[in-house]
Design a protein around this ligand. Structure first.
Ligand code: IMP
Ligand code: MG
Length: 180
């Protein structure tokens, strides 16, 4: 598959992603044996990862989708809010939050705290990518696929200005595309 012209470099091919998803699914199956977790997808970026992950798991799950908006635009996240309250009741549930990438840590930290305060029995987090050097709040995911270092990544659900989500691979976006 040819790399999109706006991309600097291929980071993870579709095959590498699929192998990682399989590996994560096996680890989640171990964790949730005998349970039926509520898998929650953080829209829109995690949608592709989420659908592949829950299908690779043997554990039965229920699925919910959550839209999180951040005030302030660009490549950093601002103050977060969920669209309303949760469109489902997390009370008593073993929630598995699924995210595409952890950057500042604000999104998952905020969601985890909110879900727990709404009575979730447990909240664990799985992210495909992690940028540990970008944290502005303390957060570490329970499961992660790959670490990425600097730069802005797109593909396999992840966007810049709503573009590139449909690329089957994950690539580093050229700096001149997002630098303002
Ligand atoms: P956090 O709250 O700063 O951890 O932000 C996480 C969210 O920011 C992710 O769900 C992504 O939507 C977005 N994000 C952060 N870094 C990137 C990136 O390199 N590419 C695409 N989206 C990103
Ligand atoms: Mg996201």
């Amino acid at each position: 598959m040819k790399l999109h012209a706006d991309c600097e470099k291929l980071l993870f091919s579709a095959e590498e992603i699929a192998a990682k998803v399989k590996d994560l699914a096996a680890r989640l199956d171990e964790e949730y044996r005998g349970k039926t977790p509520l898998a929650v997808c953080v829209l829109k970026g995690a949608a592709f990862f989420f659908c592949d992950l829950v299908r690779a798991m043997d554990t039965p799950v229920q699925v919910e989708f959550l839209r999180v908006s951040s005030y302030g635009s660009g490549v950093t996240s601002g103050v977060l809010r969920t669209e309303r309250t949760f469109p489902f009741d997390p009370a008593g549930q073993d929630v598995l939050l699924v995210e595409d990438i952890v950057d500042s840590g604000k999104t998952l930290r905020f969601l985890k705290e909110s879900l727990l305060s709404h009575g979730a029995k447990s909240v664990k987090t799985a992210t495909l990518l992690d940028k540990p050097s970008a944290r502005t709040v303390p957060f570490s995911a329970d499961w992660k696929g790959f670490d990425v270092d600097g730069g802005f990544v797109v593909g396999y659900g992840m966007d810049y200005a709503e573009k590139y989500r449909d690329l089957p691979y994950i690539a580093l976006l050229k700096r001149e595309i997002y630098r303002r």
